[in-house]
Design a protein. Structure first.
Lengths: 230, 184
C-alpha cells in the first residue's frame, strides 16, 4: 500500500468544502464574538496590569536607592559634623581613615604651644630612659633637670587607625621652677648606677686602671687596682 | 474592505477588523470543528480557542491570499480539535499492524449532498472519524497522520479501512432510507 493519498480530489470533498454552514445549527456569531472579544480584552488588560506592576516595582526600587544614598553621609558632611562635635566630645574615635591626615594637621597645630615638661626619673646603664607621656598630639618632651632643660619633641607615629579627637584645652604655661625642685629625688636615681672608668699613673710607673668604678649613693668610690707590668 | 486589508488592520489591533474576519470565517471553521468533535458546545468552544490563537499570532502571519488564510485557520482549528481529543483521552486507537484494503464507494458519496456526507462522517466513532477526516478530507498521508496522532502508520491505515467499512454500511442504510423516502 502506498503512503500517498490516492483520493486527492474526489467530488464529495469539493462538496464538503463548499458547505458554508450546517442547517439547523444554533450558532450565533455575535454571541461567540462577544465571548472571544472578552478573552482578547482580558489578555490585553492583563498585559497592561503586568506592565503597571513592573513600572511600580522599578519606581519603588529607584526611591529606595535614593533614600539610602541620601541617608548615607558624605565625607564632607562628616567632617563638618566632627568639627561641631569636637568641643563636646573628647576622644571620640573616628572610623574614616581618610580623615587621619586632616585631623593630624589640626592636632599638631593646636598642640604646638602646649608642651609638657616631664622630669627624668631614671637613668640606667648610662642611657637615659625618659618617660614618655603621650599626649593626643603625639608629642613628647623630655627634660633633664640637671642640665639645661632640653625640649625635644619626638614624633611618634600612631599606627592606630582610630584617631582621637583633640580637646581644645588651654594649658597654662608654667615655668619649670614653679613646679618644685626635682633634683633631690632624681639625683639619687641618676647616681645610683653611674659607671666610670679611668687609669691612674704614678710616678714610679705603677698604673692603676679601673674598668669599673661604681659610684655609690653614699659618696664612697670603690677602686679596683691592678698593677700594670712595665 | 478586502481580506488583506482586514488582516493588516487586525495585525495593528483593530477590533473592527478582527470582528470582520471572525464573521467571515467563523461558520466554516465551526463546521471543521464539528467534523472532529461531535458535541456542538465543545466545537464552539474550540472555535473560540482557535480564533483566539489566530488573533494573538496574527502578527507572524504573512497574507498570501484568501486560500492561504483559510488553510492556516483550518490548520489551527484541526490542531485545537486534536489537542482537545487527546486531553479528553477519548482518542484511543488500538494498534493494528495489518489493514485490509477496502475500496470506498466514492460514487455513492458523490451522489450524496454535502450535508448528508457531513452527517455520515459525524456518525463515525471518534478514532475512525479522526483518521478519515485527516486522510480523506484534509488529504494527509498515513505518515503525517501517524506522526500527528502518535500512532504507527499501520494503525492509521487500519483505522481508515475500518472507517470505510462502517461508512459503506451507513451508506447502505442511507440508501435504503433514500429508496424508502422515494417510494413514499
Amino acid at each position: 500500500m502506498s503512503n500517498e493519498n490516492p483520493n486527492n480530489n474526489p467530488q464529495w470533498r469539493g462538496k464538503l468544502d463548499k458547505l458554508e454552514h450546517f442547517p439547523g445549527s444554533a450558532f450565533n456569531s455575535d454571541v461567540a464574538w462577544e465571548k472571544l472579544y472578552g478573552r482578547l480584552r482580558g489578555k490585553k488588560e492583563s498585559k497592561k496590569i503586568l506592565w503597571y506592576w513592573i513600572a511600580a516595582a522599578c519606581l519603588l526600587f529607584a526611591v529606595m536607592i535614593t533614600i539610602l544614598n541620601y541617608q548615607r553621609p558624605t565625607p564632607q558632611a562628616l567632617n563638618k559634623e566632627t568639627a561641631k562635635e569636637q568641643p563636646k566630645e573628647v576622644n571620640k574615635p573616628v572610623a574614616k581613615v581618610g580623615e587621619i591626615n586632616e585631623n593630624k594637621k589640626q592636632a599638631s597645630a593646636e598642640t604646638k604651644n602646649r608642651t609638657v615638661s616631664i622630669p627624668e626619673r631614671s637613668m640606667q646603664r648610662g642611657r637615659s630612659i625618659a618617660r614618655i607621656q603621650t599626649v593626643h598630639s603625639d608629642e613628647v618632651v623630655m627634660s633633664d633637670p640637671e642640665k639645661e632643660p632640653l625640649v625635644k619633641p619626638l614624633q611618634i607615629i600612631n599606627t592606630n587607625p582610630t584617631i582621637a579627637v583633640l580637646p581644645k584645652k588651654k594649658l597654662n604655661v608654667v615655668h619649670i621652677n614653679e613646679l618644685g625642685d626635682p633634683i633631690i629625688e632624681s639625683s639619687d636615681v641618676t647616681r645610683i648606677e653611674d659607671i666610670h672608668s679611668f687609669k691612674l699613673k704614678f710616678g714610679n710607673g705603677e698604673v692603676l686602671s679601673n674598668s669599673s668604678v661604681v659610684s655609690k649613693p653614699s659618696g664612697f668610690i670603690i677602686l679596683k687596682t691592678r698593677t700594670a707590668s712595665n | 474592505m478586502n481580506t488583506s486589508e482586514l488582516v493588516k488592520e487586525a495585525k495593528q489591533g483593530s477590533t473592527a477588523a478582527q470582528k470582520c474576519l471572525f464573521d467571515q470565517f467563523a461558520e466554516k471553521m465551526l463546521l471543521v470543528c464539528q467534523r472532529y468533535v461531535k458535541n456542538p458546545e465543545d466545537a464552539e468552544e474550540l472555535l473560540l480557542d482557535g480564533f483566539y490563537k489566530f488573533f494573538t499570532k496574527i502578527a507572524s502571519f504573512t497574507y498570501q491570499g484568501d486560500a492561504a488564510l483559510y488553510a492556516w485557520l483550518k490548520r489551527i482549528m484541526i490542531n485545537e480539535c486534536l489537542m482537545f481529543l487527546r486531553a479528553k483521552n477519548v482518542f484511543t486507537i488500538v494498534t493494528e499492524a495489518t489493514a485490509e484494503e477496502i475500496p470506498l464507494q466514492e460514487v455513492a458519496l458523490d451522489n450524496l449532498s454535502a450535508e448528508e456526507i457531513f452527517k455520515l462522517i459525524v456518525q463515525l466513532p471518534v478514532g475512525y472519524r479522526t483518521v478519515f477526516n485527516l486522510y480523506a478530507v484534509e488529504g494527509m498521508n498515513h505518515g503525517e497522520i501517524a506522526e500527528l496522532l502518535n500512532v504507527s502508520e499501520g494503525t492509521s491505515r487500519s483505522q481508515f479501512s475500518k472507517a470505510k467499512v462502517l461508512l459503506q454500511k451507513l451508506l447502505l442504510q442511507n440508501d435504503i432510507k433514500y429508496v424508502k423516502r422515494k417510494s413514499k
